[in-house]
Structure formats: structure tokens, C-alpha cells
Design a protein around this ligand. Structure first.
Ligand SMILES: CC(C)(COP(=O)(O)OP(=O)(O)OC[C@H]1O[C@@H](n2cnc3c(N)ncnc32)[C@H](O)[C@@H]1OP(=O)(O)O)[C@@H](O)C(=O)NCCC(=O)NCCS
Length: 175
């Protein structure tokens, strides 16, 4: 099984509807903003019949690492249909997506509670403090510290995983 790679603007209405069904079944608390965050660059997905059963996407975000602005590939909405989990489908879509990242982004980031899954794909925990710029003010968001992870890519030489990281706010979860 080889995941499809599609740009957000190439996803038709039926695929988008299937993606929402997947996310709502895989997550307990998946909101409209979480889904909206998933669109903006590339998707890796696996279908069974007309339904998407595994998905991962990456979107561009500017993240301050220390005081330097990085063009980060931010991974969103990684999900496998509950009845298909632990059969490597999640790893397959992530691997397909990660293969597209070199040259596109110098580093990738994500926020998760499933660190073990991403560690076996080469991701590392972020160890520095998390911040968000909200209404022009940089505020600490300690609740996100443990969630953040990074994937080193060509161009991430010198990346300091202990540095403070700051994102712009957005509707829904900032990180
Ligand atoms: C997390 C998720 C995407 C993983 O996809 P998956 O297809 O079930 O995972 P895989 O079969 O590719 O897992 C490969 C390996 O990753 C690790 N792994 C997978 N899920 C894990 C978890 N929840 N906790 C710790 N390690 C995990 C295991 O080492 C696993 O190998 P094993 O099954 O031989 O032990 C999927 O379980 C899911 O959709 N969960 C609900 C939604 C979610 O939490 N998404 C991620 C949020 S950022």
C-alpha cells in the first residue's frame, strides 16, 4: 500500500468529507478549527474504497526558535481509523509525508500526546519553553511544552531543541 500525496487544493469535496469522518472517529475532541489547521500544503492519505482510513498533512508556519524566524513544516491531523490502528498505516502516511519535506522545509514540528509513535519515526521532543504571540503580546503557554516535537531535516543544522519556541496565535489550539 503506497499512500497518495495530494496538495490541499487538489482534495475534492468527497475526500474532504471522508477526512472529516476519519478525524471525528479517531479523536475524542476534534473541532472545526483542528480540521481547518490541516489544510494549506500537502496531505498523505490511504483510502479503502471511498473512505480515507489514514491521513497526515503538513502546513507552513513561521515559528520563532530563540529569536530566529524559521519556515517550519507543521504536521497536523494525523489519524488512522480506529479499527485500522496499530497496523503501520499511521507510520506509512507519516513516512510518505516526511519523504516530501527535505527541500520544502528546513525543520518540521508538531504537537502530540503520542510521543512514542513519532519517536519511532525519527522525531525528537522539544525541550525548550513554548510561547504564543496573542494580540501582539508574547505569552507563555507551559501547557504545550510537553507536546512539542521536531524532526531534523537538511537545513536544520544547529537546531537547538532547548531554545524557546514561539508561534503566532490562530483560532483553536495555537500549537
Ligand atoms: C497515533 C496513530 C496515528 C498511530 O497510527 P497507527 O497506524 O495506529 O500506528 P502504527 O501501527 O504505524 O504504529 C507503529 C509503532 O508506533 C508506536 N505507536 C503507535 N501508536 C502508539 C501510541 N499510541 N503510543 C505509543 N506508541 C505508539 C508503536 O511502537 C507502534 O509499533 P507496534 O504496534 O509494533 O508497537 C493512531 O493510533 C491514531 O490515529 N490515534 C488517534 C488519533 C491520534 O492520537 N493522532 C495523533 C495525534 S498527534
Amino acid at each position: 500500500m503506497t499512500p497518495e500525496i495530494l496538495a490541499s487544493d487538489a482534495l475534492g469535496a468527497a475526500t474532504r468529507a471522508s477526512l472529516w469522518r476519519l478525524w471525528r472517529s479517531a479523536f475524542d475532541d476534534f473541532g472545526d478549527h483542528d480540521g481547518a489547521h490541516a489544510f494549506g500544503d500537502l496531505h498523505a492519505l490511504v483510502r479503502e474504497g471511498s473512505e480515507v482510513v489514514a491521513h497526515a498533512s503538513v502546513v507552513p508556519r513561521t515559528v520563532l526558535i530563540g529569536t530566529e524566524a524559521w519556515a517550519v513544516g507543521y504536521v497536523e491531523a494525523v489519524a488512522v481509523a480506529p479499527e485500522r490502528q496499530r497496523r503501520r498505516l499511521g507510520s506509512a502516511v507519516m513516512t510518505a509525508l516526511q519523504d516530501r519535506l527535505p527541500g520544502r522545509y528546513p525543520v518540521a514540528m508538531l504537537a502530540t500526546g503520542e510521543h512514542g509513535f513519532y519517536e519511532q519515526l525519527g522525531w525528537e521532543r522539544w525541550r525548550g519553553p513554548a510561547y504564543v504571540v496573542r494580540d501582539g503580546v508574547r505569552v507563555r503557554c507551559a501547557e504545550d511544552d510537553d507536546a512539542l516535537m521536531a524532526l531534523r531535516l537538511p537545513g536544520s543544522d544547529g537546531l537547538d531543541l532547548t531554545a524557546p519556541v514561539t508561534c503566532e496565535d490562530r483560532p483553536g489550539d495555537a500549537w
